[in-house]
Design a protein around this ligand. Sequence first.
Ligand code: VNL
Length: 215
Amino acid sequence: MTLRSALLALLSSGPLTGYDLVKQFSSSVGHVWHAPDSQIYPELRKMHAEGLLSSRPVPWGTRGATKTEYALTPAGEAALLEWQNQPLTYVRDRDPARLKAAYFEWAPTGVAAAQLRAHIAHYEEQRLQTLHMIQALEQRTHPTLARRLTRYAEEEQEQIVRFKIFAYEGQLARAEQEIAWAKRGLEILEEMEKPGKTGPVRERSTVRSPPRTRS
Ligand code: VNL
């Protein structure tokens, strides 16, 4: 359902062929709503069948071939408005990094730290990507945005740009928060490795105790 909203939103920048849509998806709205190409094509066909999109053949190459260009219909625009008017539904957390961290006592030497460093690397990468996106939006050089803006008056353009940047500010804040969290985890692991610290006294148990492999 939300893939549909992302596709409607992207097509509100102007008509696109299926191929261009898939390309632009991954370099724009796909950064906040990832979807594989294999999901996009069938969803476009469904949206077309349901009357949300119109299609027309446009020339392709020099041999009389055509490709299909999709555009929002009035029903498609209505669906976009309807989506904005619906409240979000929240799902409860299912976070693999938090889940794993909660049981790091089972992680062999160095593995927990390596996972936290990988977490940092992932979000450092996302942080940079997000900063670049914000810059392209601020400068209005992002091709999808630039094309979208041609359909609006200057006063409206300002708001359109601001909302896109606002979305990425949220992504940026989350990336920085994840980096800070994982760095804190590394500190905790280091703290635990300090010599002279003994763990809690445990009674003998039939339950297998976690491996104490850190030196
Ligand atoms: C647009 C352009 C959207 C760039 C984006 O992400 C983006 C757009 C939500 O104009 O639809 O990164």
